[in-house]
Ligand binder design. Structure first.
Ligand SMILES: Cc1cc2nc3c(=O)[nH]c(=O)nc-3n(C[C@H](O)[C@H](O)[C@H](O)COP(=O)(O)OP(=O)(O)OC[C@H]3O[C@@H](n4cnc5c(N)ncnc54)[C@H](O)[C@@H]3O)c2cc1C
Length: 475
């Protein structure tokens, strides 16, 4: 019954049916089984990227150094189509499914794929034609060495309240802009291109005052265009370099227009949230797979612990929760695929997508550490030892709940899109064909009518139940 847990491609087939990209996914998975697993283990334990700030002559170079094996892992995913497939297939689904497989083996490496994809989509949709012609082909190379992207919004003052937290200023300078500020959590530091939130000089100090800029690693004259102050020592996702980045009159180009910046920022974030939802399911699957392998061979009271009714029942429940989580994450992928080419002003479908993405990010990233904690427990005392993989999957899962916005953020943004855009009505209209939505619909409407403090204070219970309702309906 649990056989599909052992392989990400098998679990995708089990939950989503046979996929046209199936052979490519199986090949990618085989690479991880053959070569990638030890690279990922070693990178997590000891080989995390490091920063070389100066060359031998004392020039600032801010080079991110990786073990050569890490490069081969990174290249394999790019070659398999972590970014280029979206543009060749005019659909994001293959990229997000590849992310799923990568995340089962190494959640850190999934980050460069996701942020590069988000950057490429933003460049394609919003960059000036000459910049698009200059940068996009480099991002879509199929040789495994494309230009990488990054998405840098968060500053020292905080990432949840971007309207207040972004202090980076943008000054116009002819056909481009100069950015001045610091980014405090900058994953995939060293990327050739980043999309960066900044506030054009004089713009209001709220979210409406933000704009999105395209920032290359090198200036027109070849010098460094941003500086990496240091890399973070992190609990999980250790294979991706997350740094602090200094912007010092850094050359950048505006994406879209200054009055629509927050829309673009949210488009970038929401794509990552969907990828994070798939990734959270993958991490939960991996934790369960490790627990399964252990429980089959660990003997207590005369038989393997998996054969004891209590543990077996818990496995069944977690397996069922995993399938529901996949249904919700996949629902978010499909909604995203309907609307990813849209620009503001958005259709109702886009607002519906936002709601489903918040539900999926919230629910899957909350589930992953719960399952990972349980998987550690299945290992007993051995689960607490670094020699066993269970502790790693718990560490990895903890990052997934925080980045791309914590659970609080997902709940509150989910409430907002229901309240201001009526996204829940569209959701119930779609679900009505599959199940009776009357009670849940009435509950959501009642909740939205509460006084604002009570509405927020009691939002988690509603949001959790709504996520479970949607997941079990879509399953
Ligand atoms: C490994 C890692 C990599 C990252 N990489 C990137 C990156 O590449 N680019 C990037 O832009 N960011 C990145 N981040 C930052 C991440 O997106 C933020 O950490 C996250 O959005 C939360 O922001 P914060 O840490 O500033 O917390 P804060 O905004 O300071 O929030 C602190 C706590 O208060 C809660 N809170 C805030 N407002 C409310 C409210 N209204 N109601 C209830 N609770 C609230 C939050 O949910 C949180 O629990 C990364 C983070 C990590 C851990």
């Amino acid at each position: 019954m649990f056989e599909a847990l052992r392989s990400p491609a098998a679990f995708l087939r089990h939950t989503l049916g046979e996929l046209p990209q199936g052979p490519a996914f199986r090949e990618y998975e085989s690479w991880w089984e053959r070569e990638g697993k030890p690279i990922s283990d070693a990178t997590d334990r000891a080989g995390t990227p490091w920063l070389r700030m100066f060359d031998r002559s004392g020039n600032r170079v801010d080079e991110i150094l990786f073990a050569p094996e890490y490069w081969s892992a990174l290249r394999t995913g790019y070659e398999a189509g972590a970014v280029w497939r979206a543009f060749e297939e005019h659909s994001l689904t293959s990229c997000l499914l590849l992310d799923y497989i990568a995340c089962f083996y190494d959640p850190g490496i999934t980050c460069p794929y996701t942020v590069s994809l988000a950057t490429a989509v933003a460049v394609d949709k919003y960059a000036r034609p000459d910049l698009k012609a200059r940068f996009l082909p480099a991002m879509l190379r199929k040789d495994g060495a494309p230009w990488q992207g990054a998405t840098w919004m968060t500053e020292l003052g905080g990432g949840s309240d971007l309207g207040a937290g972004v202090e980076t200023v943008a000054r116009p300078a002819g056909d481009h802009w100069l950015l001045i500020g610091d980014k405090y959590f900058a994953s995939n530091a060293g990327a050739e291109l980043a999309v960066v939130a900044a506030r054009p000089e004089g713009a209001p100090h709220n979210v409406r005052g933000l704009a999105l800029f395209l920032l290359p690693r090198r200036r027109e004259n070849g010098e460094l265009n941003y500086f990496v102050r240091r890399l973070k020592d992190k609990i999980g996702t250790r294979s991706v370099p997350t740094g602090e980045v200094e912007l010092r009159d850094s050359e950048a180009w505006l994406l879209g227009s200054t009055d629509k910046g927050i829309h673009l920022i949210l488009e970038v974030l929401n794509l990552s949230r969907v990828a994070n939802s798939m990734g959270s399911v993958a991490v939960a699957q991996r934790a369960l797979a490790e627990a399964l392998g252990f429980a089959e061979q660990r003997v207590a009271f005369g038989k393997p612990v998996i054969e004891h009714p209590l543990l077996r029942k818990q496995f069944e429940e977690h397996f069922s929760a995993l399938q529901a989580a996949m249904a919700l994450a996949w629902g978010a992928v499909q909604h995203l695929d309907e609307v990813w080419r849209e620009t503001s002003p958005y259709s109702g479908c886009y607002h519906l997508f936002r709601l489903v993405a918040h539900l999926a990010k919230y629910w899957t990233s909350d589930l992953a550490p719960r399952i990972a904690r349980w998987a550690m427990e299945v290992h007993g005392g051995l689960g607490a030892l670094a020699e066993f993989p269970a502790e790693r999957w718990f560490r990895e899962a903890m990052v997934l709940t925080i980045w791309e916005g914590t659970c609080h953020r997902q709940i509150l943004d989910g409430l907002e899109v229901m309240e201001r855009k009526g996204a829940h009505r569209l959701l119930f209209d779609r679900l009505r064909r599959l199940t009776d939505v009357t009670a849940m619909e009435a509950r959501v409407e009642r909740h939205l009518g509460l006084p604002v403090d009570e509405r927020e204070a009691r939002a988690e219970e509603l949001f959790r139940d709504l996520a479970v309702f949607v997941a079990s309906t879509l399953r």
